[in-house]
Design a protein around this ligand. Sequence first.
Ligand SMILES: [Zn+2]
Length: 126
Amino acid sequence: MTVGESPEDTRGQSGIVRAALLGLCPRCAEATLFEAPARVALTCEACGLDLGALERGGRFGGVLTALVAILLMLAAVGVDMALDPPLWLQAAFWAPVTVVAVIGALRLFKTVLLCASYEHRKGPTE
Ligand SMILES: [Zn+2]
């Protein structure tokens, strides 16, 4: 986002991935959404938006993590059968890939839910 661009301009389908990567607040678009790599902050430090109240469906994070893990295991088995790399190489490759994939999926999932919840709560009057 360039300086002077309003948060309204950055919302929408393409903005969701960017918001998830940078942890942008749905109201003020400051990078305050996550207090840890995959944990949503309770309130936005910039605008005071109650993010904890918006975070619905957090219990599906475990299901999402399991789905990502299953996909990664299938990929690892496929790589093992196709290339038969040494075990140390498998571990060195899949450990960081797993961490990045799970955190990335959780961030995207939580950001989409938060933005949808915020838009729903905001309603047509604001
Ligand atoms: Zn904010």
